[in-house]
Design a binder for this molecule. Structure first.
Ligand code: NAD
Ligand code: ZN
Length: 357
């Protein structure tokens, strides 16, 4: 199936299916050369399958970077540019990201900046990448903060072969699935219900229904990105669960806790705040028992002190004039951006830390 992503700067397709990789050949024929960026984990598992779809010469043009956030550094970024120069990539060449969100973010930033921008192609291999590969945000990290150096740069297309997901470790399945839950909560009750029915527990994360559910998630994101490519308005809703999520990630040190696990904890926090502040009607106990069966630990880690986390939350990009803004839900499918006062934040934080909901 093809989903069209429409932005002000570009329109491009997301092809998603089991076996979609077979469509790659004709799609890259027009480029003088393709540089593949992949990581240490994906390479041994899947690189051969990718290369079998590319011209033989592609084998010489594969850069393997460290897995995870270690790929998104200035050093690796420079190494990738050097590799591109040495392999004679020109303006008609392309950069192909083959891996999860970290590889996609790095490769996209390389593509956006090499020779002021060359073609970029996303071949995601994680559940999380149903989110990160769509929408055109690309970035590397600065030692002082995540994703601080980046661009909005849309790919030519995204080719999402869901067969790659089968080798993901459980932790990575959960990390990506949290973004899917986020998309459902931002969309409508029926989508959430469908997720809960089709993925009832952690043993079913790789259900045959997953590709269809991911399509729905991508459509939710596509709808929001269409309205607001550069995040001046509604795109901020995609940060649902991320204010606390990012703070927990930063506090724990990037890479210790997965992005999605931190976001799921943040989603629970945002739901708790919403119940008090917007009057959200939501069966929280039922939701919590579902995510527990999936394998999430939604309690705020005992080692996280509110004042420290609060300081991190204040650095959030949604903070305006020192006031922390949260994405809350008025109802499922109806997000709003709202200021939340510190007393409420601290009281609910302690409640969620005790697990006493
Ligand atoms: P990731 O690339 O770090 O992948 C997670 C782990 O899974 C890595 O260890 C990777 O080697 C491994 N892996 C990938 N594919 C695999 C497969 N098929 N089988 C087995 N192992 C595999 O990152 P992610 O979790 O996909 O995404 C997180 C990153 O995405 C973060 O850097 C985050 O900032 C970024 N992100 C970007 C956006 C965006 O809009 N650009 C949105 C959300 C997250
Ligand atoms: Zn996220």
């Amino acid at each position: 199936e093809t989903i069209i992503i429409d932005t002000e700067t570009k329109q491009y397709p997301v092809y998603i299916a089991s076996g979609a990789l077979q469509e790659l050949g004709p799609l890259v024929r027009k480029y003088t050369r393709c540089m593949v960026i992949t990581d240490q984990n994906v390479r041994p598992l899947h690189l051969d399958k990718l290369l079998s779809q590319l011209p033989e010469s592609a084998e010489q043009c594969v850069l393997t970077v460290p897995a995870g956030e270690d790929a998104k550094t200035f050093e690796v970024y420079q190494e990738a540019l050097t590799f591109a120069v040495e392999h004679h990539l020109d303006r008609k060449s392309c950069i192909l990201a083959f891996g999860g969100g970290a590889v996609g973010d790095l490769a996209g930033f390389v593509a956006a900046t090499y020779m002021r921008g060359i073609a970029f192609i996303q071949i995601p291999t994680t559940i999380l990448a149903h989110d990160s590969a769509v929408g055109g945000k690309v970035a590397i990290n600065h030692p002082l903060g995540k994703n601080l150096v980046g661009a909005f740069y849309q790919p030519e297309f995204v080719l999402y072969d869901t067969d790659f997901l089968r080798t993901l470790p459980k932790k990575q399945l959960l990390s990506g699935f949290a973004e899917l839950v986020k998309h459902a909560l931002l969309s409508d009750k029926e989508f959430l219900k469908e997720l809960q029915t089709k993925i009832p527990d952690g043993g079913h994360l790789l259900s045959p229904h997953l590709p269809d559910l991911l399509k729905k998630g991508i459509k939710v994101k596509a709808d929001i990105v269409r309205k607001d490519e550069k995040e001046t308005g509604v795109r901020a809703f995609l940060n649902f669960g991320h204010t606390l999520g990012h703070a927990l990630e930063a506090h724990g040190g990037f890479g210790k806790i997965t992005h999605g696990e931190a976001v799921m904890t943040g989603i629970v926090y945002a739901l708790l705040i919403s119940r008090e502040q917007t009057g959200l009607q939501f069966d929280l106990p039922q939701f919590l028992s579902w995510i527990e069966t999936l394998g999430y630990d939604w309690k705020i880690p005992a080692g996280a002190a509110f004042d420290e986390i609060y300081a991190y939350m204040k650095r959030d990009k949604k903070t305006i004039a020192g006031n922390i803004h949260f994405v809350l839900l008025e109802s499922v499918g109806k997000p709003v951006l709202a200021e939340v006062d510190k007393d409420r934040l601290s009281r609910l934080f302690l409640l969620q830390q005790k697990g006493d909901l």
